[in-house]
Ligand binder design. Structure first.
Ligand code: SF4
Length: 327
């Protein structure tokens, strides 16, 4: 591991100033991700700015918005009654993530900033367009079972690993940031960039811009929400595919629906097409199947991940069955 300098900030503005003024600086919070990437040689910041002392760990419902500080720990958020009762998809997504030890330590802001689990990305000795621009994407002709079927490009087919981001995307959450140019709000759906020809540009954040919190609108549809994660083992494993769904119904007809998917794309994948196939219509096997087809329309599976096309449709049907009851 490369030697690095360490600084501790007590205010977000101080942390932003420190990182922005150093070309190779990085924020560190729980450290469950950055330290792994540094040990693997994937990232090598010259300065690490510790933000654990910044007062950004509140969790409260105010003015019909759930506000979660970036420094709140995953476990704290998952266990908070207001989250469990009014935004269950968030609690379920967090509890399906990582391990109890990691959830006790890792922060909400850090969770959203996780890097892809693509094995080629994490092997610093080999090529990878995301890690080293222009070096190639060995996943396209190599081991791509875990990779994207939607939203990828000929330059990168990595998937985004955060379960929380998928749940927040379904609920139209926004990320609050502080950067050298001031404060911004970014829709969670727009935080992570599709790879296109520049997969090394992973998020909409600028250098020195720090996530300070998340806001989730309180909406009736959020109460009827659920997260389903399918994975190769039951704990400490990333999604093969996942579904975040929120639903309201009246007399068996879907009045509102939000659908986002994980494990299938380089960012949380909101599917307006699948939602449109169900909104205003009865929840039946036929309409659910239509929504599934709309979701995967345009999918581009690779040699080892074609199974995801069917799996994600089955996961969607399963989660809607749970939310809609017997239909
Ligand atoms: Fe790198 Fe993306 Fe290709 Fe993985 S899929 S090797 S992250 S360029």
């Amino acid at each position: 591991m490369r030697l690095f300098d360490y600084a501790r900030a007590s205010r977000a503005s101080e942390a932003v100033d420190l990182v922005a003024s150093h070309g190779e600086a990085a924020f560190i919070a729980g450290g469950t991700e950055l330290t792994n990437l540094m040990k693997d040689g994937v990232l090598a910041p010259g300065l690490v700015v510790d933000v654990n002392d910044t007062p950004l760990s509140g969790i409260e419902l105010r003015e019909r918005r759930l506000r979660i500080g970036a420094m709140a720990r995953m476990r704290q958020v998952a266990d908070r009654p207001v989250v469990r009762e009014r935004f269950p998809v968030i609690s379920e997504a967090l509890l399906a993530s990582a391990s109890p030890q990691v959830r006790n330590r890792a922060t909400i802001g850090g969770n959203l900033m996780q890097r892809t689990r693509c094995g080629y990305y994490r092997d610093a000795a080999g090529p990878c367009n995301r890690r080293r621009p222009g070096s190639g994407c060995p996943a396209i002709a190599g081991q791509n079972r875990a990779h994207a079927i939607l939203g990828g490009s000929d330059h990168c087919i990595a998937v985004h690993p955060s379960d929380l981001a998928v749940a927040l995307c379904a609920l139209d959450a926004v990320v609050l940031t502080l950067g050298p140019d001031g404060r911004r709000s970014i829709a969670v759906e727009d935080l992570h960039l599709l790879p296109g020809t520049t997969p090394h540009r992973e998020t909409a954040l600028r250098h020195g811009e720090m996530i300070t919190g998340i806001e989730v609108p309180e909406h009736p549809v959020a109460r009827g929400s659920r997260y389903l994660k399918l994975r190769d083992r039951s704990s400490f494993e990333f999604a093969t595919v996942s579904v975040a769904a929120a639903l309201t119904m009246r007399e068996r007809v879907v009045t509102d629906i939000r659908l986002a998917f994980g494990g299938v794309a380089p960012r949380p994948w909101r599917s307006a097409e699948a939602e449109d196939a169900l909104r205003g219509r009865p929840l039946t096997d036929a309409t659910v199947a239509e929504a599934g087809r709309a979701l995967v329309n345009g999918a581009r599976p690779r040699e080892h991940n074609a199974f995801k096309v069917e799996l994600v449709q089955r996961a969607l049907a399963d989660v809607l069955s749970g939310l809609g009851g017997d239909r």
